[in-house]
Design a protein around this ligand. Sequence first.
Ligand code: KIV
Length: 283
Amino acid sequence: MAEEVKVKQKMTVPQFKEMKKKGQKFTMVTAYDYAMASLVDKSDVEMILVGDSLGMVMLGYEGTVPVTVDDIIHHAKAVVRGAPHTFVIGDMPFGSYNASVEDAVRNATRIMKEGGVDAVKLEGGKYFAPVIKAIVNAGIPVMGHIGLTPQTASALGGFKVQGKDEKAAQAILEDALAIEEAGAFSVCLECVPHQLGRLISERLSIPTMGIGAGPDCDSQVLVIHDMLGLFDRFVPKFVKQYVKLSDQIIKALNEFSDDVREKRFPDLEHSFTMKEEVLKRLY
Ligand code: KIV
């Protein structure tokens, strides 16, 4: 019997805040295309991030820096079409919010208006609080992103755990508080000690979204290609691979190739037919 497909209701910003108050956890995954977004829409996952990680997993760049606002909009449009029942966030790529507050508001507006997303996410701490405030005042919900910020990983000394000593942890806590104060509805904490994840989650009234930030964050995000085992270039410690689809895909591709070589495919079951008398006349 086919599994029953539930139709979920798209969540709202106040509902996410309410979930934190009630101690209810929620989840986000990345998606970048219609087919994957349609699958997420059929699942219990409440949020999709059209992340700038698309630079690596979809476009084959080394990092996220080359991703453009147009790239995010292009992928967001497909995701929004595929996931009408899921809250969708568009990532603000490197260079789209760093030059001026006006630039940031203009680009966030484009991502929401043209991409059709429900909110945007941007990397950076208290220095970016005025940017977050202006985008929120323009009517666009914002998720902050601190700790390890991949767009500026080289300045942080690479893809390393952040906030391990007292000074660094204090700075990340201050960033989180400034982001909340600026009006963000949530803050993503990437690659920080789980104890710092807990402290920040306790101090903030908005939900924290953890990725490598321990079990006490209010919600958790994973890059979908990592959790489904579709992207093996590197698998960070914080990733749990729920399935290894890349092996299954390669196996299926090899079976197709063998079937064609050995003339097992296509068989009559997968072919079309015509009436015998029509065929006779052709001969
Ligand atoms: O772009 C992305 O996938 C992200 C996640 C790591 C949160 O920002």
